[in-house]
Design a protein around this ligand. Sequence first.
Ligand SMILES: [Zn+2]
Length: 187
Amino acid sequence: MSEACKHCGAGARQTSAQVVDGQELHVLEGRRAAATCYNDMLVDEKLAATLAQSGATGMSFRGVFAAFEKRGHFQLPWRQLCATHTLPRMSPRSTGVEPYKPCTCGRSSFSWEDKVPLRLVYRASDVADIRDVNVTWEWFGEVKFNGDVSEALFPYPLFLVTPKVWRIYRDAGATGFDWIPIRIEND
Ligand SMILES: [Zn+2]
């Protein structure tokens, strides 16, 4: 939490392996990649190896475990895909992204505004040196945090990837993701 907002938790860093509920493993069946409800990216071992060998930048991987109430933790043949690079803030020309419960840090609780078309815009200079896998500075989703991390519901960043990574997902037959093109404005 050292670099995180004390009010909403935006910027918190994951320090452990990914642990998923053993009761929910059916969600992963027959899939090559999946996202948890907190936008953690999971890929099967083979896809993780393909990504690692592709030379794509900005990635790290963590182990994924299933937790069962009585039987403990078991490692799964999956990896969590993590981003090592955080993007600068989006351009104010972005539309359809609004904080529904603004935090003083200005970084969290962004959500989709249904009535306005979603346009994610970045300044050209801000994406000049991005990696193949990145996360947004803005954190999305609901926030419930009263200082107790174990009880917290944290927001999460979105992933921004280059076409190189998108193609690897597509060629692996990964489905179930929304791929939203971003727009670049000249500085
Ligand atoms: Zn905050």
